[in-house]
Ligand binder design. Structure first.
Ligand SMILES: [Zn+2]
Ligand SMILES: [Zn+2]
Length: 703
């Protein structure tokens, strides 16, 4: 955070007390992270005992003080190989001595500049070096967290001081991670394998602070994907959606009820509650005529007049420029062309439009998609084309429109853009991906999204701006949406949602070059089945996604929705793909067939692979979508993506034989998700005779 902002939020930022370790007082040599405590009077054995939770070498307060200094200044000195004097980062306040990291921002700034001048080789070696150091820090963080959750040394590791150290460590690690990421060329891969999370106490405190600021609790998952620095910073700001009341009933791990609600009272709204201006709608016969001819209908806002109740509709011809609006339904623009929109809303669109360009022609779903089902289907099928052909889109989000861009720091800009409702909607994804150019409307004007992105690019050496920049970067594709894969679409869908679950496939089909028209005739699970059939090839990893699955013969392997799969296994091609057939998913998998069917319960079970010399324990993966959730369950085999050579843990599924007559391919029914635990084989002959199974690659169909 920039210095001015720190001053502004000074009273809301939780203070980190300085526990007074002797970091500066005696001048020690600059040493590696691991050596820091050794130089300061700790023995190797004492350090090992501390990590394993065996014994504390000194009294609680001294241990915590050393840990604070080591994990912060010792770590910084180790990773950057230069001195970080505690006197520069510890300040006196009314409540005592506290750690103040404001200066770290300047340091990261300078460091980033220095690295830019280095050769790519030394940049890469720094990247590797810092990655290893972060892993080292993470392993300590995890060990100390365990001491707290398991109640080891409770007087030291369940104290306010302990949690404040842990919070500081996480935030510094996050900043270092993004700082080093921003110098790497492949910025788009922003998350490493490390999972930096808060201790339970710090996490709960952060959630409380967010809710006090009006943030919807359901954003929790979204915040987790953006990291802790981002989330801590957001907790200092008022929620982007100023309409706080509508989130009163929202919960942590559910869909946001405020934005996904389209029940009674939904529909077009006037800009002000007390407004009663007239409703304007296009002529239905004109509108339907244009759409039936497979042409794009446009509304001409240039000739809008309070004297008419019809707004002028024109058929788009290739020479004309037009703007398409991309908005959030609950903001008041949810309608159908037969119903129309209040004049005040149209005036509002007009105002925004005239800031962008010379054309007065617009396309907005509320006026250009009719209710009448056959015409509606044609109009929906045409939407990808509309956004592709439009000169630009204008992003309308009530939260952004109520705030002046001019007052934003770059960090706030990142948080506002990434947390606005527009970003969480399903339909806005294809709208932005198909657009040639996008503008965003703020209180003080309309601005090109590219300008905002380059503003974030210039400051991407700081964690919050880096997250903002990388997220916006995903909307830019060199060749439009060409070649977009299901895995990328899944990632882009992360934390988006729709009031109408059935819309999901309609919205994403055009992104994958599939026909939405072929899906419109189906509903519910049948529509999803058609979607998977059209896709034909899917990454094999699909069987391991944690999500609800279809309940249709031949498709019990298939996710019911991709929206809900955000944040778990990425659906990429890394493990190859399988083919969708009418009978099931056909592909080559690694399978352990059981000699006889086993009926399994809640507890762990096991098999033995005598050839690979593996003892393999397995248990059901508990998750909220687990279909059966009943025990016992039958198991005829265990299916993995690939042979496990040295992994300790693997995800897999159980399968049940499904003999299909006349099929040359082995057929199994999808069972349930399990977790396998591999260990070397120290078992008796007798056990291995009864429970052995040699794993093999085999082509099979999972129905
Ligand atoms: Zn909500
Ligand atoms: Zn009105």
């Amino acid at each position: 955070m920039a210095e001015e902002e720190v001053l502004l939020h000074k009273h809301s930022i939780p203070e980190v007390p300085w526990l007074g370790f002797d970091h500066d007082v005696q001048e020690h040599a600059l040493v590696d992270f691991a050596e820091y405590p050794l130089r300061r009077g700790w023995s190797k054995d004492q350090i090992i005992a501390l990590k394993h939770g065996d014994a504390l070498a000194f009294d609680d307060a001294s241990c915590l003080a050393m840990l604070q200094s080591w994990l912060v200044f010792g770590f910084l000195e180790g990773i950057y190989k230069r001195r970080f004097s505690s006197s520069q980062y510890v300040v006196d306040t009314a409540s005592g001595r506290v750690v103040d990291t404001t200066q770290l921002r300047q340091f990261f700034d300078k460091w980033h500049g220095l690295l830019q001048q280095e050769s790519s080789e030394s940049m890469l070696s720094y990247w590797r070096y810092s990655t290893i150091r972060l892993y080292e820090l993470h392993s300590w963080y995890a060990a100390l967290e365990k001491h707290c959750t398991q109640g080891i040394f409770p007087t030291a590791f369940d104290t306010a001081e302990y949690h404040s150290i842990m919070r500081l460590v996480v935030l510094i690690a996050d900043s270092i991670y993004y700082n080093k990421t921003s110098v790497a060329s492949r910025l788009i891969q922003i998350r490493s394998g490390l999972n930096w999370h808060h201790t339970e106490v710090n996490g709960a405190a952060l959630r409380t602070r967010l809710i006090q600021k009006g943030w919807c609790p359901s954003l929790h998952g979204l915040f987790m994907t953006y990291g802790l620095a981002f989330t801590e910073y957001a907790s200092l700001l008022d929620a982007t959606d100023g309409n706080v009341e509508r989130h009163n009933r929202c919960a942590d791990d559910a869909k946001c009820l405020g934005v996904n609600y389209l029940g009674t009272g939904a529909g077009p709204k006037h800009i002000a509650n007390e407004c009663h201006c007239q409703i304007i709608r296009p002529s239905s016969s004109q509108m339907n005529g244009i759409i039936s001819n497979n042409k794009i209908p446009l509304i001409d806002l240039g000739s809008l007049s309070p004297l008419m109740s019809d707004c002028p509709v024109v058929e788009w011809d290739q020479q004309q420029n037009f703007i398409a609006f991309s908005h959030v339904w609950v903001d008041g623009l949810s309608s159908e062309s037969e119903i129309g929109l209040p004049l005040c809303q149209l005036r509002n669109l007009q105002n925004v439009l005239f800031q962008v360009g010379p054309s007065s022609l617009i396309w907005v779903d509320a006026l250009c998609i009719p209710h009448e089902p056959t015409i509606r289907n044609l109009a929906i099928d045409m939407m990808a084309e509309v956004y592709k052909r439009s000169t630009a889109i204008i992003i309308l989000d009530a939260g952004l429109r109520s705030r002046p861009l001019g007052k934003f720091s770059t960090a706030e800009l990142a948080v506002r853009l990434l947390t606005c409702n527009w970003m969480q909607r399903l339909w806005t994804l294809p709208e932005i991906l198909f657009s040639q150019r996008a503008f965003v409307a703020f209180q003080d004007g309309v601005i090109d999204l590219n300008i905002l992105r380059s503003r974030l690019r210039q400051t991407a050496r700081f964690p919050i701006e880096c997250v903002g920049f990388c997220t916006l970067l995903r909307f830019v594709h060199e060749d439009g949406t060409e070649g977009l894969k299901i895995g990328e679409v899944q990632r882009l869908l992360a934390s988006r949602n729709s009031s109408r679950p059935d819309d999901e496939t309609l919205a994403i089909a055009p992104l994958l070059d599939l026909s939405a028209a072929n899906l419109i005739g189906y509903e519910g699970q049948d529509r999803m089945v058609q979607f998977w059939r059209q896709l034909r090839e899917v990454p094999r990893v699909v069987i391991l996604l944690v999500c609800p699955r279809l309940d249709v013969p031949g498709f019990t392997w298939a996710p019911q929705s991709l929206i809900s799969t955000s944040g778990n296994v990425p659906m990429n091609q890394e493990y190859g793909s399988a083919t969708v057939t009418q009978l099931g998913l056909r592909g080559t998998f690694f399978i352990y067939e059981l000699k006889t069917r086993r009926i399994l319960g809640n507890a762990a079970s096991f098999i033995i692979d005598p050839k690979a010399q593996h003892f393999i324990a397995f248990r059901p993966l508990k998750h909220k979508f687990d279909r059966a959730q009943t025990y016992p369950y039958p198991c005829d085999g265990i299916v993995l993506l690939e042979e496990s050579r040295n992994a300790l843990k693997r995800s897999a599924i159980t399968v049940i034989t499904d003999p299909a007559l006349g099929s040359s391919v082995v057929r199994y029914k999808y069972g349930r998700q399990i977790v396998l635990d591999f260990s070397p084989l120290p078992v008796s002959q007798e056990l291995s005779a009864n429970f052995s199974s040699i794993g093999k690659y085999q082509e099979l169909t999972i129905s």
